[in-house]
Ligand binder design. Structure first.
Ligand SMILES: [Zn+2]
Length: 364
């Protein structure tokens, strides 16, 4: 009997090993799509897009960038104009469940608190949270500029900031019945600024890592996981990746200071940079994220599949998938999808990339 059990166990463990060591395309765990949430008036079109396009293309993960575009009850003063309602959110939850799509809500934390000439809701309502109160939002924006202003950041050391932002996080996670939250945290240029009495002279990698860890720990209390963009964790100088898709402001050492269960969204839009390996070998699960160049998306996909097929089971399991990112107004791709068009103009680059990636994912 014991021998029989040993044989069975050996056979089944070999079978499990065989299944784990081969990673056929059908098993790509994350087949993602990242887009700004629609406003209230465009919601029905968005819902149709989710069902008739994303679900049909086997998208199973929807990173929905909500920010202040929701009818928050915890802080109604932080609602943007024409936000989606709780009722609309619940309709999306129902459709997503039916089509096996996991919704991951996003609110930009730390950075991206302004955009060009407009200040975001958080710092408009709570100017005391501003990391750089002396940097004024210009009437006409250009980059580069004397202030080094790309986007404003909140000060992670302000004693009241997390009470506010965590209330929004909790509310949005509850309404979307989500088990993962995306905190953004990309392109944080203002951190440890000389204007901030709390942060100046502090190690920027520690500041960044402490904020990631704080958010991660808050989510973990409810068994929720944290996803972030990966750029601040890559050394922009050594890699030659520069200050946008990597860090030139000394935050990259944070990669060795944050919990390993944070999921990294590794975005690169010009080339299929092999940085997913870096994150995976540090112990993180990683998704590769293209934007608007079909060839780059296809190469990222091929690279990811190659890494899954050629790595040890432990490492292979870290390369969990692909997320197509959409950064233009969501109305554009929804219209293009509705009319079933791909084109050659600049405005078609996002949908063309999405189509190219999902043809690969779906083996077409
Ligand atoms: Zn500060």
């Amino acid at each position: 009997m014991k021998l029989f059990l040993v044989i069975i166990l050996t056979l089944s463990s070999n079978l499990i090993y065989a299944q784990n060591s081969a990673k056929p395309k059908e098993t790509l765990p994350v087949r993602g799509f990242c887009i700004a949430a629609p406003n209230h008036d465009d919601f029905n079109d968005f819902l149709k897009f989710v069902v008739k396009d994303l679900a049909v293309n086997n998208v199973n993960t929807l990173i929905l960038r909500i920010d202040f575009n929701y009818e928050y009850e915890s802080y109604p003063n932080l609602r943007s104009r024409n936000p989606i309602t709780k009722d609309q959110a619940k309709k999306l939850v129902k459709k997503a469940k039916k089509h096996h799509i996991r919704i991951i809500p996003q609110i930009n934390l730390l950075g991206h608190q302004s955009w060009e000439t407009s200040l975001g809701k958080l710092l408009t309502e709570y100017p005391e949270f501003d990391e750089t109160p002396n940097v004024k939002i210009p009437s006409s924006y250009s980059w580069p500029n004397a202030d080094g202003l790309y986007c404003k950041s909140y000060c992670p050391g302000h004693p009241d900031v997390h009470k506010v932002v965590f209330a929004l996080v909790d509310e949005i996670m509850d309404v979307f019945e989500a088990d993962a939250f995306h905190a953004g945290m990309d392109e944080v240029f203002f951190i440890g600024h000389k204007d901030c009495p709390r942060c100046r002279n502090k190690d920027r990698s520690v500041l960044f890592a402490d904020e990631v860890t704080l958010i991660r720990n808050h989510l973990a209390e409810e068994n929720r996981e944290l996803w972030i963009w990966g750029d601040r964790l890559i050394d922009g100088k050594t890699t030659g990746l520069g200050e946008w898709e990597a860090s030139m402001n000394d935050t990259h050492r944070a990669i060795d200071m944050i919990p390993k269960d944070v999921v990294i969204c590794d975005w690169h839009y010009q080339r299929a940079e092999p940085t997913a390996v870096y994150f995976a070998m540090k112990g993180f699960r990683v998704v590769s994220c293209p934007w608007n160049t079909p060839k780059v998306a296809e190469r990222q996909y091929d690279l990811l599949i190659s890494l899954r097929e050629n790595s040890s089971p432990q490492l292979s399991d870290k390369f969990i998938g692909m997320v197509q990112t959409i950064w233009f107004n969501p109305k554009q791709i929804i219209e293009q999808s509705k009319n079933n068009i791909e084109g050659t103009g600049e405005e078609y680059r996002e949908i063309n990339t999405y189509r190219a990636l999902y043809r690969k994912i779906n083996g077409q």
